[in-house]
Design a protein around this ligand. Structure first.
Ligand code: IMP
Ligand code: MG
Length: 170
């Protein structure tokens, strides 16, 4: 793997996240929102998004892994579940990137069983050309081409999560 190229710089990225936060604030006025971040990739996005939502939000996290790797239709394994009840709450799942859509399809189905009032999805990045599952995604930061992305939470073998911008590896 070669060097890292900048795809979306910090200023542009954080400006977009601020816009997303404003939209969420508007859409959920007067509601109790729970942001559920999917570990580990979503942490930087979750933090930036939450800081820019001026109304009160609750934060929770889940950690999942896919059972059978990327290309299977296999379900997910929950390594860490959310801590608090979401019954009757308005939930937004916060994800770093949606690729095939399998992970979030499973997570959304799983969280629905906990009887929230609503569930929507906010993702920093989306690769629409890679989608194999039909998944409604309400908030998308940037739709991007099929490149391998690192930075701002995203890793390659646990490296590069701390880069303050979105990069890609050639
Ligand atoms: P999906 O189930 O195929 O949508 O996969 C989504 C998950 O795969 C994300 O939460 C990421 O953890 C990982 N992923 C997908 N594309 C990339 C990438 O370009 N860089 C790093 N991780 C990725
Ligand atoms: Mg992830």
């Amino acid at each position: 793997m070669g060097e890292i190229n900048v795809l979306i710089n910090k200023v542009k990225l954080e400006k977009r996240i601020e816009e997303m936060a404003r939209q969420i604030q508007k859409d959920y006025e007067g509601k109790e929102v729970v942001l559920v971040g999917i570990l580990k990739g979503s942490v930087m996005f979750m933090s930036e998004l939450a800081k820019n939502i001026k109304s009160s939000v609750a934060l929770d996290f889940m950690d999942v892994s896919s059972y059978d790797g990327k290309e299977s239709t296999g379900t997910i394994k929950i390594n860490k579940d959310i801590r608090d009840s979401i019954e009757g709450k308005d939930v937004i799942i916060v994800e770093d990137i949606i690729d095939t859509g399998r992970t979030l399809t499973h997570i959304k189905e799983y969280l629905k069983q906990k009887n929230p009032n609503s569930i929507k999805i906010a993702t920093m990045l989306s690769k629409p050309s890679r989608r194999v599952m039909e998944l409604e995604v309400e908030y998308i930061g940037f739709a991007i081409e099929d490149k391998f992305i690192v930075g701002y939470g995203l890793d390659y073998n646990e490296k590069y999560r701390n880069l303050p911008y979105i990069g890609y590896i050639e």
